[in-house]
Write a protein that binds this ligand. Structure first.
Ligand code: UDP
Length: 238
């Protein structure tokens, strides 16, 4: 596989074409951003850890029959994926109320949401990724009704697959953000699933093990990402 030119530079990842038109390479970097890019920094080893953690999740999801863009890793920081057309709707699944939900609505931080809540956000940093509903998405031409239903179904199926897997590692899946892409006439999960895009709490201490440590300047950020990776690889070894 020959890596060719950079075709996209995101906030924490760069995408490269390859000599195979059906394969792209995602390069995970150590750059960290929060608050729609307003806060920037570097988290040592983050690119490597997010790539390897995402790979473990994508492999788990493949076992559960969820279609994803993932086709393997090429190195510690490089993921091989299929090219997709990203749907400009971010799907957020919440099992526990926290973050923006508690700022927007009178949910008490830390309360369980049963059934899990699925929210849609318009993927546009200049607008601050605003909350939208299906009707907004349809009127803006972001996705079809069928695609919206499929993204919701897949988001909940991903939650059902990842929650028990993480719980086996002593990690509570609090909430997470997903992005989907169009590929060969269907939808596949794209982007990443990592401590940058999920909230993970230690099951016994409730300590934060994710990007909230960066958002809130809590320190021990790399250690938290490392701990997630180590617990998941330990699980794999069992
Ligand atoms: N999230 C993300 N990218 C975004 C916004 C949110 O990955 O642009 C993730 C975030 O890490 C959390 C979940 O989506 O796991 C819900 O985030 P929330 O809406 O509570 O936003 P926040 O409080 O982080 O502003």
């Amino acid at each position: 596989m020959e890596k060719r030119q950079k075709i996209h530079e995101g906030k924490a990842k760069a995408v490269y074409s390859t000599d195979d038109p059906d394969r792209l390479i995602i390069d995970f970097t150590d750059t960290a951003t929060a608050f729609d890019g307003a806060k920037r920094g570097t988290i040592h080893e983050k690119g490597r850890l997010n790539n390897l953690i995402s790979a473990l999740f994508f492999e788990k999801l493949a076992e559960a029959g969820i279609p994803t863009h993932y086709r393997g890793t090429l190195s510690d920081r490089e993921m091989l994926v299929v090219p997709v057309e990203i749907v400009m709707v971010e799907m957020v699944v919440r099992n526990i109320a926290t973050g923006s939900l508690c700022r927007r609505l009178p949910f008490i931080d830390g309360t369980e949401l049963e059934p899990p809540l699925v929210e849609l956000f318009y993927k546009d940093d200049s607008l601050g990724d605003p909350l939208i509903n299906d009707d907004h998405a349809l009127l803006m031409g972001l996705a079809s009704r069928e695609e919206l239903a499929e993204m919701k179904r897949l988001s909940l199926a991903i939650n059902d697959a990842l929650r028990p897997y993480l719980m086996d590692a002593g990690i509570v899946l609090v909430d997470f953000k997903l992005e989907f892409g169009r590929y060969q006439g269907g939808l596949v999960l794209a982007d990443e699933i990592s401590p940058d895009t999920c909230r993970f709490w230690d099951a016994s201490t409730k300590e934060k093990m994710d990007k909230d440590r960066f958002r809130k300047d809590m320190g021990k950020i790399e250690e938290a990402y490392q701990e997630i990776y180590q617990r998941l690889t330990r699980l794999k070894g069992d």
